[in-house]
Design a protein around this ligand. Sequence first.
Ligand code: ZN
Length: 434
Amino acid sequence: MAGLPAVAQRETAERARFAIRASGFDFPKQRIHVTVEPALPKASTGLDLAIALAILWASGQVEPADTTREWAWVGELSLTGQLRSVSGLLAFAEAAAADGRVLALPDACERLVAHWGKATVCGAISLGEAVDLFGGESIGGQKPLSRTLVADEPLFGPETLQPNDWAAIAQIKAAIDRGARGVLLTGAAASGKTRIASRVKALLGTLDEEQAREVAVIRDAAGLLVQTGVVSGELTVSRPFRAPHHTVSVAGLTGNASTLRPGEVTLAHHGVLFLDEAPEFSRSAIDVLGAALDNAEVNIIRANVPFVSLPAKPAFVIAAANCCPCGNAGSDRPCACSPESVERFNERLRWLRNRLRLHTEVEVGEPIEDPLPRTVVGAACAALAHAGVDVGPDDVHVWDTDCGEWTFALDPNPWSKAVGTVHDDLSVTLGGAS
Ligand SMILES: [Zn+2]
C-alpha cells in the first residue's frame, strides 16, 4: 500500500481484510498493491471504505453501476464490516460538492452532512450496504432536511462583570469598531483579564451562515464536532473562543502537517484568540502566529510533507499580560520585581505588540469616574435620543438582568418601570419589559 503513512497502511489493510470477510466476500489471496493519490498527508481512517470497494472491484466481486462510477466513498470500517463516522466528513463533503460527486458515507452522519446543503449524500450502515449502493441499488435514499442555526451557549456567559471591567470592554468595543485586529490587555494578576476576554465574542455578534459553515468544517476536521455531539446537524453560529496555554508548541498553534489537525489559530478562525500570559509564549510561537495573522492562513512546511495551508483569520486577538513579571504592579500588593527584570519584561511586550500588530493597549482595572457600565448607558442614551427623549448619562439607571441584558429606567428606584433593554451586542429595544 503506497501513499499512506506506515501506521495507517497497516491498520487500513487489517480493517479492510476483516470487514471484507465479515461481509461475506473473499479477500484476494494474491499480493495487492493499493496506491492512494495524491501523495498528500492522510490521517483519516475515512479512506477504508473506498479502499475496500476498490479491492472488491479489482478482484471481480462487485461491479459499479454507471450511476455510481463517479461517486465518492468515505467511512471507517469496523472489523465486522460496519461503517463508522470519521472526523473531517464536512471537508470530504465540500470536496465532493466542488467536484460534483455524490458522497456515500456512514449512515450515522448522513443527517449532519445533508444539513450541509451543498453535497448530495447517501448513507450506508455497513460495507454490505455500500456494496449494494455501488452496484446501483438504492437504499433508503436521502431525506431532505431543514437546517437550523443555533447558538450553542448564551453569548454573554454566566460570569458577572465587575464595574471596573466596563472601561476595558468599552475600549475593546471601540477597537473592534475601528477594525483593529486585536488588543494588548494589561493589568495586575487577577484583575479580570480572562473574564473580560471571554466576553469579547459577544461584542463581535454571531457568525453568518457561510462563516458558520467554515467554522464547522474546521471543528469537524479537528474531531471536535463528533466529540461535542453536534452530529444532529445543527450549525452553531457562536463564534469560537480559543485560549491556548502559553506552553503550546508551534505545531499546536499552527496545526500538525502529518495528521492535518488544525492548530489553535485555525480553530479560532472567525472567533476570538486569547493569549493569556502572552509574554510567556515562546518567541517562535509568537513569530509563526504573527505571520499567520498577517496572511490570514497558516502554511505548514515540513520535511517529506507537501505544502499545506489552513485558514487562520480570528475575528479578534487578545494578548493579555501582567504589568510586571511578578504580576503585582498595578494592584495594591507590593511589586517584588527589579528594575532590570521590569525593563526586560517591557521589551518583550513591545516586541510582542509589534509582531502581532496589536496597536491598542487596554488597561484593566483603571479606576473610572463613572462606575456604571458606560457603554450600556451610552447605548441607552443614544436610543432614547433617537426616540426624541433628551437625557444625559446621569438620568439613566441600568440593571444587569444576569442573562446578558440590561434593563434601564429614568428613575433610580429599582422597582420603577423599565423604559428599555440593552442587549449583549449593545443593541437597544425601547419599551418597558418588566
Ligand atoms: Zn512585580
